[in-house]
Design a binder for this molecule. Structure first.
Ligand SMILES: C[S@@+](CC[C@H](N)C(=O)[O-])C[C@H]1O[C@@H](n2cnc3c(N)ncnc32)[C@H](O)[C@@H]1O
Length: 377
């Protein structure tokens, strides 16, 4: 996104009033124009195509000659004057270079967006790489059992950070860093996530599981409005109008590139646990049939945060977590309630002799099991 002292929204400078977007049909142009309109900026789409399919995306539209045409500069000058344009956005590097030469000669003062070609895209990529590099600079030293695999090489780690950031969600970088650390000492087995929402933590789990060849990921989430409520008014009101069907569809899109290592169950954690125990396989339209081992290497508990719900999640799933496997209680430190903390502390007290150790990162509690936690009568 644009650097500098100007306030921006999705890379859109908020001091621009009327912006010509040219060529208007490029995917980055369409995205930029949508952010600009949402910020109250007047956007005029421009194209050299007589029939441009991007036309319906713009409320105002104009035709400009090809940038190499003899009359391009005159036509552009007329356009910016007549339509009171004060900035031109282009996502095309060749057009950018031509505009940089022409705009200072316009009769009306017009700014060029972006200020540098490639700048917005590169800034994002540098950001992903810098976060990944910070994970590698001082890797978390875990007191864990099992052999330690090497860290993920920088470009792949940056790819993971990028994938993770592109998916909406509340999971943060310290939690991602901790996940990358525990996967280095993870036995083979299934990865089970209770509560996936858009799939932010799920893309990380699937990516890491594929990298270290751990096993298949199962995402369990009912994606139903009534299930999101956890008896905490400040949180529940946010989800009152949550478009859960749309979020579910977005989850499917987010996980689609990881097909082969993931499947999901659109159900409550308790129902999915019964199915997992009985069948060991889940079938969906998106990912086909996935057979699980029945032995869990990592259980990520991030579903309903009400105490009774977290207690039920752990009660239903813990017996499948294998020796050397991990349990992650999300929001162990949480300003909105102490359901996850109370349930996790109860678990630690009951099974203290079964734990190798644990630590807190990104508000989540990470526990490694020295031995399975059998059913108690
Ligand atoms: C905090 S969000 C999960 C966030 C996600 N892990 C991420 O990375 O952004 C909680 C999710 O738990 C789901 N959920 C609520 N009740 C559940 C239940 N009984 N079983 C499984 N998931 C549940 C909700 O639908 C919601 O999507």
């Amino acid at each position: 996104m644009l650097a500098g002292r100007h306030q921006t929204n999705g890379g859109v400078r908020l001091d621009s009033r009327s912006v010509l977007v040219f060529p208007a049909g490029m995917p980055s142009s369409l995205l930029w124009a949508r952010h600009a309109s949402e910020s109250g900026i007047r956007v005029v789409g421009a194209s050299s195509l007589a029939h441009d399919p991007a036309r319906p995306n713009y409320s105002e539209w104009t035709l400009l000659p090809w940038i190499g045409a003899a009359d391009f500069a005159d036509k552009l000058n007329c356009c910016v004057r007549e339509r009171n344009i004060d900035a031109v956005f282009t996502a095309h590097p060749v057009v950018w270079h031509r505009l940089r030469e022409l705009l200072p000669k316009m009769t009306r003062k017009v700014r060029l967006e972006a200020e540098q070609p490639w700048a917005a895209e590169l800034a994002d990529y540098r950001g992903y790489r810098d976060i990944a590099a910070s994970f590698l600079r001082e890797p978390l030293q875990l007191a864990a059992s099992g052999c330690i695999e090497p860290s993920i090489p920088l470009p792949q780690l940056a790819a993971l950070v990028r994938l993770f950031q592109l998916v909406p969600g509340q999971c943060d970088h310290p939690k991602l860093e901790a996940l990358t650390a525990i996967f280095r000492c993870m036995p083979p087995g299934d990865i089970v996530e209770i509560g996936s929402l858009w799939g932010r933590s799920a893309v990380a789990l699937a990516f890491l599981s594929r990298h270290y060849n751990i096993g298949k990921l199962l995402c369990v989430d009912p994606w139903r409005a009534e299930e999101i409520h956890q008896g905490i008014p400040a949180v529940d009101t946010v989800f009152d109008d949550a478009p859960v069907d749309d979020i579910f569809e977005a989850f499917r899109m987010n996980l689609a590139p990881l097909k082969g290592v993931v499947n999901y169950s659109r159900s409550r954690s308790s129902d999915a646990a019964a199915h997992y125990s009985r069948e060991r396989a889940f079938t969906t339209e998106d990912f086909g049939r996935t057979v699980y081992t029945g032995s869990i290497a990592l259980l990520h508990i991030d579903g309903n945060h009400a105490l009774a719900a977290v207690q039920q999640d752990i009660a239903r799933w813990r017996r499948f977590v294998r020796t050397g496997g991990w349990i992650v209680f999300d929001d162990y430190c949480w300003p909105f309630g102490d359901g996850p903390k109370t349930a996790a502390d109860e678990f630690c007290n009951e099974f203290s002799e079964n734990l190798t150790g644990g630590f807190v990162a990104g508000g989540a509690l990470f526990l490694q099991l020295a031995g399975a936690t059998p059913e108690r009568c």
